[in-house]
Design a protein around this ligand. Structure first.
Ligand code: AMP
Ligand code: ZN
Ligand code: FE
Ligand code: FE
Length: 287
């Protein structure tokens, strides 16, 4: 059984619509796919409908980007009761802050003399706007050879077009996901310095899994992360982080995720639903 638990659609910065993604997943021989768009669940309804039509199981998911001193920590959430109104309101706020950030990045790039516009970036983003959309505008304008090149030249953390995002902490993302009975899972953890010091507090807050079988991670990295998962009793998950051609190198379904991991996620989801979900409020604006 082929499983991919980390994918993006046009609801955020992926290149394929949810329905197209499901079609591709079927063609790639997948049986289970999770859609994990950034700060939005707007792709889930069409993905679930397409999955039903094509007999492919779609697990509702999300990805929330957070920061810790100088590094990014992304938190995935699975099996969320995503229709909850307060949750949707929070996502809306996060997306609005992304708009402000992207506008500031465009302004910085314009000040450097680059001829790109916010209107074009907004057009390129069908849903949640992000740096990949600014990157695409830079490629279009002839300022970068590819999205990756645009990140290298302008949009990386130390790049001249970079603007920090609204600072959500990993704990905030976990609490947000907990508030809709979702399962928080740490995304692509390799390279996060101090990971082993960070994990205990996140586990205590409700982290249930960690990506082990991710993207292009090599055997040694997978082995290390699997040992961490075992030590902290975290479910080892994974996936391709597929965005469509040209953004991440991994192909849809390229990474084998054990069926047992999905079974453990399901059990965990059922357990969570037995207790009321704690409410969540976004912390005040910090830059
Ligand atoms: P943002 O959420 O706006 O900060 O943009 C981050 C997103 O950009 C990530 O989730 C990736 O999808 C993408 N990304 C980050 N770094 C790179 C890179 N070097 N090349 C291509 N895409 C990237
Ligand atoms: Zn992305
Ligand atoms: Fe990510
Ligand atoms: Fe992702």
């Amino acid at each position: 059984m082929k499983i991919d638990l980390h994918t993006h659609s046009t609801a955020s910065d992926g290149l394929y619509t949810p329905a197209e993604l499901i079609k591709l997943a079927r063609e790639a021989g997948l049986s289970i796919i999770a859609l994990t768009d950034h700060d939005t669940t707007n792709g889930l309804e069409p993905a679930l409908a397409a999955g039903q039509a094509r007999q492919l199981e779609v697990i509702p998911g999300i990805e929330i980007n957070t920061d810790i001193s100088g590094a990014e920590v992304h938190v995935l959430g699975y099996f969320l009761e995503y229709q909850q109104a307060a949750f949707q309101q929070t996502l809306q706020t996060l997306r609005e802050m992304r708009v402000t950030r992207a506008q500031r990045m465009v302004a910085k790039l314009q000040a450097l003399g680059l001829n790109i516009t916010w209107e074009r970036v907004r057009e390129l983003a069908a849903g949640t706007v992000g740096r990949p959309h600014v990157a695409a505008a830079l490629v279009e304008g002839g300022y970068a050879a590819s999205v990756a090149d645009a990140f290298n030249r302008y949009l990386g953390r130390n790049g001249p077009g970079y603007v920090p995002r609204y600072k959500l902490a990993p704990l905030d993302a976990i609490k947000l996901i907990n508030s809709v009975h979702g399962l928080p899972v740490m995304a692509h953890p390799a390279g996060i310095s101090g990971l082993e010091h960070l994990l205990p507090s996140l586990c205590e807050a409700g982290l249930v899994g960690i990506e082990v079988y991710y993207g292009e991670y090599d055997a040694q990295t997978v082995e290390y992360l699997k040992s961490l998962a075992d030590y902290y009793h975290l479910i080892p998950t994974g996936g391709s982080d597929y965005h469509g051609p040209g953004i991440h190198p991994t192909q849809l379904g390229a990474r084998a995720v054990p069926e047992e991991s999905v079974a453990r996620l399901r059990t965990s989801a059922l357990e969570r639903r037995r207790t009321p979900a704690p409410a969540f409020e976004l912390p005040p604006y910090r830059m």
